[in-house]
Design a protein. Structure first.
Lengths: 408, 310
């Protein structure tokens, strides 16, 4: 084990002094920030552009409209005109950044208000107009000469809702308004960052093992340590690198996030549940690290990597395919099945646990047992493959050969 | 001399093919022992079996001063045939890592590294990145890496391959010095001139089996007989009828006459018939190189398995 730590230390030092690692360490959060903020900038620039809105107010709702524009902070420059609808139709062709709306008696009768907008006006504009439906609807009802009761009944509409009965009986029912989804999502996202980062550094294990083989250093190193020590050293070393990455990202990201949003992130983050999620992330890393280090030892020429090795490298991304059904129904059959498959379980659990209010501890327990048993088996198998693969020069190993090594 | 390593009855097969069979030898303190043989003879397999990188099917490897079955990795220096260095690290870091893996004190390793870098003509290169080194320089760094921890036993697989004559000389002298200071050295090579110059004993393998074994002097006495090369238009049958001839090789008008061990050269020369056509004539001893070629091409100086010499 002491030798493993020496190898780990070496891998850490080597990468920490490596420019490309340092750059990716700092650039990745910058990229995230870039993709997070840049669309906002573009979005802002678009929506800050004030739209000229001409309204033919036959119905006398001018006051209500002005009030709404104020209230919703719409970037509208409202003008009231006596223009005919036909004129609107012709004028809209040549103009820019302008919208015409005809609040006419006819529109009220038909229940459709015609809007003419020039092509450059954003589609989002139409969402903003929904706000105007309320006073118009009100006007429509007023004209019908109904009693107050009738008006309220019609305005209220009707909806069909599911009632939460489970907790209601025990009397501990949390008022629905108080449940905050962020409470679960924040630790989940944190764990996902750890998993993502460590899977990424896991990819570096693959490269490292493959390079060791390609640059033929392996045999020199193996005159001092055993293959298993070398493999363990790599797994430990890259784990530390992955964690370092997370720490750096958070050190940069958290302050920005806390500053940009008003959410009490830290309060949500440091909860006991985080521990379970972090254990899952670490388990996911160990599993994929074992697979990657072994596969790396079978590959000398990365450009000639066979489909088999390429497929194995895709394993960590399988859960992404099922992201929609799992988020759609975190207790559904797909979510449950993939929680028990070791290759998908860490990521699937992260998604499920971020969404589920009540954690299914029995399921978590069973899948943890499966996961850790698989990790143990994979480590054993990886040791065997690594031992033979790392010293095989000149070609990539075929799946058939790897299979044979496993039973050697 | 104290024996450091004994190999007994080593055998290894890959699938059906026997790579090495019944290989036995010893390496003693302060001695340079060479494993010779053509490509694919089983040299590297033998060395890898010693290093525990391959597991032999049969036979034992014993390191003295160490319990049976264990490999005292920190007392062995190893320069494998397939060798390389991490690319994006500094020379000194690389050497110190190898020293650290051998549990050698870092401070002392640093001093030794600087000493050897200077000695091998790499002074001032300790902060250079490995990828900037030429092949020969890299090989010197690998060599330093294999001896940095003052090993008791140094195993060098093809140490001279890929080196220019100047660097070969540097290596040769260094290996000699290490042996003089008491290191047991096992090296494999197919560069016979090098082996002839520095080795005390040799062990020649062909097709995985021992063909010649013994001290350099004994082997030379036994196998390095005289040969006479004659340029001239002569019938092979005439040459074969000369006295003390073991074998004649003729190519065009050049004939090589291999002489017996007990030939007296001046006498033999005087008895050459006057009818021979001689444009050129030379007499010299068969070199180790020729013995090697002879074995590799299955000729007759030595028969396989006929190595009663030890």
């Amino acid at each position: 084990m002491r030798n493993s730590f020496k190898v780990a230390k070496w891998e850490i030092n080597r990468n920490m002094k490596n420019k490309s690692f340092l750059i990716s360490l700092l650039v990745t959060p910058a990229m995230f920030a870039f993709f997070l903020f840049i669309p906002q900038l573009f979005g802002d620039s678009d929506s800050t552009k004030t739209v000229e809105v001409f309204i033919a107010d036959e119905l006398g709702v001018a006051k209500d409209v002005e009030q709404l524009v104020d209230q919703e902070q719409l970037q509208w420059n409202v003008h009231f005109t006596d223009m005919e609808e036909g004129e609107m139709r012709t004028r809209v062709i040549d103009e820019e950044n302008t919208v015409y709306m005809a609040f006419t008696e006819k529109a009220l009768d038909d229940g459709v208000v015609p809007v003419y907008k020039t092509e450059d006006v954003n589609e989002d504009f139409m969402y903003a107009t929904y706000a105007l439906e309320v006073p118009l609807r009100q006007l429509q009802l007023n004209r019908l000469d109904l009693s107050e009761e009738q008006k309220t009944a019609i305005a209220k509409g009707i909806s069909i809702e599911q009632v939460e009965w489970r907790n209601a009986e025990s009397g501990q029912n949390m008022p629905t308004g108080e449940y905050d989804p962020l409470k679960r999502i924040v630790p989940g996202v944190f764990a996902a960052i750890i998993l993502f980062s460590s899977v990424m550094t896991g990819m570096m294990i693959f490269t490292s093992a493959s390079q060791e083989k390609k640059e033929k250093v392996a045999e020199i190193i193996l005159s001092s340590v055993t293959p298993v020590e070398l493999m363990q050293g790599k797994i430990i070393g890259y784990f530390v690198l992955g964690i370092t990455q997370v720490v750096v990202w958070l050190a940069i990201g958290l302050p920005i996030f806390v500053w940009k949003s008003d959410l009490p992130i830290l309060e949500y983050l440091f909860v006991p549940e985080l521990l379970v999620l972090v254990v899952l992330a670490v388990a996911g890393y160990l599993l994929f690290a074992a697979i990657f280090v072994a596969i790396g030892a079978t590959v000398e020429d990365m450009t000639a990597t066979s489909n088999f090795q390429g497929l194995v490298m895709m394993l960590p991304f399988v859960p992404l395919i099922f992201i929609a059904p799992i988020i759609g129904d975190p207790s559904g059959i797909i979510a449950k099945v993939f929680s028990f498959i070791p290759f998908t379980s860490p990521a699937v659990w992260m998604m499920r646990l971020s969404l589920l209010e009540e954690w299914p501890w029995v399921e978590i327990g069973i899948s943890a047992v499966i996961l850790f048993a698989t990790i143990w088996l994979m480590m054993k198998a990886a040791g065997k493959v690594f031992k033979i693969g790392i010293l095989m020069y000149g070609k990539n190993a075929t799946p058939k050969e790897i299979w044979k090594w496993l039973w050697a | 001399m104290e024996t450091i390593l004994s190999v007994k009855g080593l055998g290894k097969a890959f699938k059906e093919r026997q790579i090495i069979k019944d290989i036995s030898f010893e390496v003693k303190r302060g001695e340079i022992m060479a494993i010779l043989g053509p490509n694919g003879a089983g040299k590297s397999t033998t060395i890898r079996s010693i290093m525990g990188i391959l597991y032999p099917d049969e036979g034992t490897v014993k390191f003295h001063q160490c319990e049976a079955g264990k490999i005292p990795r920190h007392k062995i220096g190893y320069l494998p045939e397939e060798r390389g260095l991490y690319k994006n690290v500094k020379v000194m870091d690389m050497i110190l890592y190898l020293a650290e893996l051998k549990d050698y004190p870092i401070k002392k390793a640093k001093e030794r590294a600087l000493h050897y870098l200077k000695k091998l003509g790499l002074e001032g290169k300790e902060k250079v990145s490995v990828e900037e080194l030429s092949k020969g320089m890299a090989q010197k760094v690998q060599f330093i890496g294999s001896i940095i921890h003052e090993p008791e036993l140094l195993i060098l697989d093809e140490p001279f391959s890929g080196l220019d004559p100047l660097s070969q000389d540097v290596f040769k002298n260094e290996i000699k010095e290490l042996a003089q200071s008491g290191t047991a050295i096992l090296l494999s090579s197919h560069q016979m001139n090098m082996v002839e110059e520095i080795c005390d004993r040799l062990f020649m393998i062909h097709r995985g089996q021992r063909v010649i074994e013994g001290t350099m002097a004994d082997v030379k006495n036994e196998y390095a007989n005289f040969k006479c090369t004659i340029r001239g238009n002569n019938e092979a049958s005439v040459l074969e009828r000369l006295s003390n001839v073991s074998r004649v090789e003729q190519k065009g008008n050049v004939a090589v006459i291999y002489l017996n061990q007990d030939v007296v050269v001046p006498l033999w020369l005087r008895r050459l018939p006057e009818t021979l056509s001689i444009d050129e004539l030379s007499i010299d001893r068969i070199s180790l190189h020729e013995i090697f070629i002879d074995i590799a091409t299955d000729q007759h100086i030595v028969k396989e398995g006929d190595a009663s010499y030890a």
